[in-house]
Design a protein around this ligand. Structure first.
Ligand SMILES: [Zn+2]
Length: 223
């Protein structure tokens, strides 16, 4: 291995560089240290497996039972089709947000996707005005972007950990505009607001925030 500061090659067994006396502890941790050999990480056994399986069973049971009750009972109103998206969203909330150890940034993005999907489904079934694509989804994506911005600013190393997800949300901020262009909504201003908000966040982060965001964006976009 090599010393970080002077570039001289150092035996991994030494704690300090023989030339500059700098601590070499951080260098090449995995590259065989005589006293502290590296061990492969053993994944912890997943205790939540049974719970996850029973959750899926519960969802399938609830959806099929409500469907059967609906079919056997009053078929004028297909209320069971409204139950399914709510149950599926509940599953997403429990399985991928509460029970999951995934990245907080990913959880926020998945929550936005799940909520938007559920509302789209309910909106499509109920017909009438397109309140989900026109109003709720644009405001939800703005709220998620604001939340992610605050996390980036508040957390130590926030830029390194969350800038990628913030960037993803900024791109997703344009989906309401896409909905409008595809004719899925008939109000323009919330969609334009969401796209503007994404652009403003990007500009604001780029100009005002510390170098962390710029560096992270360059790293993500590979230039
Ligand atoms: Zn050195």
């Amino acid at each position: 291995m090599r010393c970080d500061s002077c570039g001289v090659s150092v035996d991994p067994a030494h704690a300090v560089c023989p030339l500059c006396r700098r601590n070499t502890a951080g260098i090449g941790k995995a590259a065989g240290n005589r006293w502290y050999p590296s061990y492969p990480a053993v994944p912890a056994p997943r205790a939540s497996g049974a719970l996850a399986r029973s959750l899926i069973f519960a969802i399938v049971a609830v959806i099929s039972i409500t469907l059967i009750i609906n079919v056997l009972g009053n078929r004028d109103v297909w209320w069971s089709l409204f139950v399914a998206p709510c149950v599926l969203y509940g599953w997403l909330l429990i399985r991928h947000t509460w029970m999951s150890k995934s990245h907080l940034g990913a959880k926020i993005v998945v929550q936005w996707l799940g909520l938007s999907g559920m509302l789209l489904w309910i909106n499509a079934l109920s017909g009438g005005s397109s309140w989900s694509t026109g109003y709720v989804i644009p405001f939800l994506v703005m709220a998620a972007t604001l939340l992610m911005t605050l996390i980036c600013l508040a957390k130590p190393r926030g830029w390194r950990d969350f800038a990628g997800y913030l960037l993803l949300l900024m791109i997703l901020g344009f989906t309401p505009l896409l909905f409008f262009l595809l004719g899925l909504s008939n109000v323009l201003w919330p969609s334009v607001s969401a796209a503007m908000y994404a652009l403003l966040t990007f500009g604001g982060m780029w100009l005002l925030a510390d170098k962390g965001f710029r560096k992270e964006v360059k790293r993500r976009l590979h230039y």
